[in-house]
Design a protein around this ligand. Structure first.
Ligand code: TXA
Ligand code: MG
Length: 339
């Protein structure tokens, strides 16, 4: 199949028309959001949703997020809307925030991976919401990468993974946030944070009180353990390079990198010049949002450079830093050295 790319920043009407046509006809379309690119299909059409799993090579027990454009679109998808979800939706949506609730009978097991819950997100990206509105359907969409590779933060990476597998990619430029949405489950109380992202734990706690942070956010799941979020049991965001996070000050980090052969350093902005080894940057030291915007690109760059052994500077674990740490620790296969 030929994969067409339409740039929504220059061909707005055409992008909306073509994507609406394909989505209404049960096809899969790559589209931009503020977090990462998604691979969308009509959430009410099982055959269309199955095509997403095929295009990605995704295990069928890993459920998809359903994307909506307006608050009224939520009620038909869920059994009921918990009070805390109403408060969260009013404050944050549209946002890089996905909320899990008990699903209604309109959500098929193909979308929910046989769970009795469904994950819903109203994206902040105006392009994403325009595409949802243009087709008039809730869109089931995972990240637009092949299963196991980093989520794509621009249309070029979607094309690399999806060329020949889907008919259309909508190019909306670089994603502002750069890591996937916050995922929080309201199918239990207190709610449980399953994946940190652009709406931070601190902001949510301030609004609704206690939130349980699922073990898998910071730690490796034990072999055979049941994951609260099926996606967490799969290998993720892992470049071919062997990455270790080094928790230390910069001087100690520099000494370590320079004491070994053929190390590539994954560092903060401005640190490259101070190192004699090869290096790649992933944002400013104290700025989680600048790091999230760069992280997946930096991981891809490491692969493009053919990096074998990588030492990475350690991000903070508060605010947006928690989302960055969560992705980096997976990329590092949970290897962290405290010096
Ligand atoms: O930012 C994002 O969330 C992007 C864009 C495209 O919206 N989407 C995304 O989808 O990251 P995906 O499928 O790559 O990640 C969704 C995660 C998976 O780990 C999945 O297991 C989990 O959310 N998830 C989805 N539905 C769930 C449910 N009902 N219960 C528990 N976890 C769920
Ligand atoms: Mg994904």
């Amino acid at each position: 199949m030929e994969t067409v790319v339409i740039n929504i920043t220059t061909e707005y009407e055409k992008a909306l028309e073509e994507s609406a046509k394909l989505l209404q006809n049960g096809e899969v379309v790559g589209f931009p959001t503020e977090t990462v690119y998604g691979l969308a299909a009509n959430a009410f059409d099982e055959e269309a949703v199955k095509k997403i799993f095929i295009a990605k090579g995704r295990p069928s027990d890993n459920p998809l997020i359903v994307h909506i454009a307006k608050l009224e679109d939520l009620a038909p998808l869920v059994e009921e809307i918990p009070e805390k979800v109403k408060v969260m939706a009013n404050k944050f949506w549209p946002a890089p925030l996905t909320m899990i609730m008990k699903k209604s009978e309109r959500i098929s097991n193909v979308v929910s991976g046989n769970l009795d819950t469904v994950a819903i997100r109203m994206p902040k990206s105006d392009y994403a919401r325009a595409i949802i509105e243009a087709c008039g359907l809730p869109l089931a969409a995972p990240s637009a990468n092949l299963s196991g590779s980093p989520s794509p933060t621009n249309a070029k990476y979607v094309f690399q993974d999806m060329d020949g597998r889907i008919p259309l990619i909508i190019d909306g430029g670089n994603c502002e946030i750069g890591v996937e949405s916050t995922v929080i489950s309201f199918s239990e109380d207190p709610p449980r944070l399953l994946r940190p992202g652009g709406v931070t734990l601190e902001e949510m706690t301030e609004l609704i009180g206690e939130i349980v942070v699922d073990d898998a956010v910071l730690n490796k799941l034990e072999e055979g353990a049941v994951a609260a979020s099926p996606g967490m049991k799969y290998k993720h965001y892992a470049p071919s390079a062997d990455i270790t996070i080094i928790k230390s000050d910069f001087e100690t980090f520099k000494n370590l990198c320079e004491s070994e052969e053929d190390i590539t350093a994954l560092v903060f902005d401005g640190e490259c010049d101070k190192l004699s080894c090869k290096s790649v940057t992933y944002g400013e030291e104290k700025d989680g949002f600048s790091q999230s915007a760069r992280l997946f690109d930096a991981l891809r760059e490491l692969d493009e450079m053919g990096a074998k052994k990588v030492y990475a500077r350690c991000p903070e674990t508060k605010g947006m830093g928690l989302a960055v740490y969560n992705r980096l620790i997976r990329a590092a296969g949970f290897k962290i050295k405290v010096i």
